[in-house]
Ligand binder design. Structure first.
Ligand SMILES: Cc1cc2nc3c(=O)[nH]c(=O)nc-3n(C[C@H](O)[C@H](O)[C@H](O)COP(=O)(O)OP(=O)(O)OC[C@H]3O[C@@H](n4cnc5c(N)ncnc54)[C@H](O)[C@@H]3O)c2cc1C
Length: 454
């Protein structure tokens, strides 16, 4: 009788994908957070099939070896960071789109498919996948699910959790579970789908996902407004929310970031104002909604540009896309991720300015303004640490600012290793201990991504 060769492997080190090459281990030891462990992981297993992932987990579970799941390694919280004594299970090679159903409007994909590849594959069917991190071209769907990633379109369409119908997950002991369902509605049992989404690879490894697609909007309308300062721009963003209008994109950029964009790209945004707000509406009523937005922000703006064609619209959106690459030309960038109630955006921006003054750390801020999600970006010299010294102090102060405004430590990047010391403060003892018991139920031996998230 034929037996599965993976069933017969005795130890994790005998797994056919077990790779101890130093270059592979060094490449898999961290992400894009700036965090660097003291030593690389023991091995990397670049798995190609569900069965290979399951065998790796089964063996690691039996031997009590820590496993760190890894997608494309673009995370900003050191969630996929791995060190000595750990092995990395890298699923980036599981990168096939398995099925597109343009009637049910869903796509079944493997976890290593890149975010942008989903959109490229479904565009001809008049569909799109809404969660669009700025890293769309380089991050994987598995990583997006593990971090509950967001992006610009989340203003209207919600974050990853609102766009994943079901998952196939390899459990820490090598078992397999299917969560959710391929229907839009469904409430049988607990919502394990929602539990896995945002769990940062601590409960299981996503090996397949069914994504919810949406009809591509019939039209879009775009405008950008300038303000004397970022506080006025924050108030304008809150006024849009208060006016009950639903933009599909609402992005805010502060003055220092505008200067960096101008320096890097040759544009002249800063000369037009001390802050910039990009608004896009979509659907058949897009032009009417944009007019309402312009009316709502009129008391706060100095200038408004309304794009008259697609090229102009793209140029306005490009300013936001240029923010991170422009800052990367100034030094090492650590991208923060606090979120506050939307009516407190202006206070959050001024609070960040004060933190920069107090700590002497350079902070540049942009925000997904419709979600109250700010990305304060700390820029240090190339050889300076972002996980110790003044940068670390500024990170802690940012969290306290968010908490004092009724907000949260992380809007979409996750806790990983970087923000773990503030988790108890935000969740409180009871919630944290309940969550630790959930982790224990899924992973009694504590082998999966230990030390992350909770
Ligand atoms: C320039 C830049 C811009 C960015 N912009 C955004 C943005 O706009 N919005 C946003 O949300 N994020 C953004 N990010 C952060 C990052 O791209 C996201 O967090 C992304 O979801 C990570 O995906 P990944 O495949 O790179 O995951 P990785 O970095 O490999 O892993 C991230 C986490 O997911 C876990 N994981 C990975 N794959 C799996 C799997 N298959 N099963 C279980 N766990 C898994 C890992 O263990 C880790 O905890 C940006 C990053 C960069 C560098």
């Amino acid at each position: 009788m034929h037996s599965d060769p993976l069933e017969d492997i005795g130890t994790l080190a005998d797994h056919p994908r077990y790779d101890t090459d130093l270059a592979a281990r060094a490449a898999a030891c961290t992400d894009r957070s700036g965090y660097m462990p003291d030593s690389p992981p023991d091995a990397v297993l670049r798995c190609h099939t569900v069965e290979e992932v399951r065998a790796a987990l089964r063996l690691a579970h039996a031997e009590g070896i820590s496993v760190v799941p890894r997608g494309a390694g673009t995370g900003l919280a050191a969630g996929s960071s791995a060190t000595a004594g750990q092995v990395v299970v890298d699923v980036s090679a599981m990168n096939q789109i398995l099925h597109i159903d343009d009637v049910e409007m869903l796509a079944v994909v493997q976890p290593g498919v890149l975010n942008a590849e989903v959109n490229a594959a479904v565009a001809d069917a008049g569909l799109f996948y809404a969660p669009d991190p700025a890293s769309t071209a380089i991050c994987s769907i598995g990583g997006n699910i593990a971090t509950n990633a967001g992006g610009m379109w989340c203003a209207k369409y919600g974050v990853t959790r609102e766009s994943v119908l079901s998952l196939l997950v390899a459990l820490p002991d090598g078992g397999l579970v299917r969560t959710g369902r391929n229907t839009i509605k469904g409430v049988t049992g607990y919502d394990l789908n929602a539990l896995f989404i945002g769990s940062e690879g601590t409960l299981g490894i996503v090996v397949e996902a069914t994504l919810r697609l949406r009809p591509k909007p019939a039209r879009t309308e775009t405008a950008a407004a300038y303000f004397a300062d970022v506080e006025a721009a924050g108030r304008a963003a809150s006024a849009i929310t208060a006016a009950r209008i639903q933009p599909s994109i609402l992005e805010l950029i502060d003055g220092p970031t505008l200067e960096a964009i101008d320096l890097a790209t040759g544009t002249a945004h800063r000369a037009q104002g001390g802050a910039f707000l990009l608004a896009q509406t979509d659907g058949y009523g897009a032009h009417l909604e944009l007019e309402e937005i312009i009316r709502a922000i009129a008391p706060y703006t100095t200038t408004v540009h309304r794009a008259t064609d697609e090229l102009e619209a793209q140029a306005l959106v490009q300013a936001r896309r240029d923010a991170i690459p422009s800052l990367e030309q100034l030094g090492r960038v650590s991208i923060g991720d606090i979120a506050v109630p939307r009516n407190r955006l202006a206070e959050a921006f001024t609070g960040l300015e004060r933190i920069a003054e107090r700590t002497g750390v350079r902070i540049f801020s942009v925000a997904h303004a419709a979600d109250g999600n700010l990305h304060p970006m700390i820029v240090v010299e190339p050889d300076e640490s972002i996980t110790t010294g003044p940068a670390k102090v500024a990170l802690g102060e940012m969290f306290h600012l968010a908490r004092d405004l009724g907000g949260t430590l992380t809007g979409e990047h996750g806790v990983g290793l970087l923000k773990r010391e503030w988790v108890r403060e935000e969740l409180g003892d009871t919630s944290l201990e309940l969550q630790q018991r959930i982790k224990q139920a899924f992973d009694p031996r504590g082998i999966l991504n230990p030390g992350k998230a909770l």
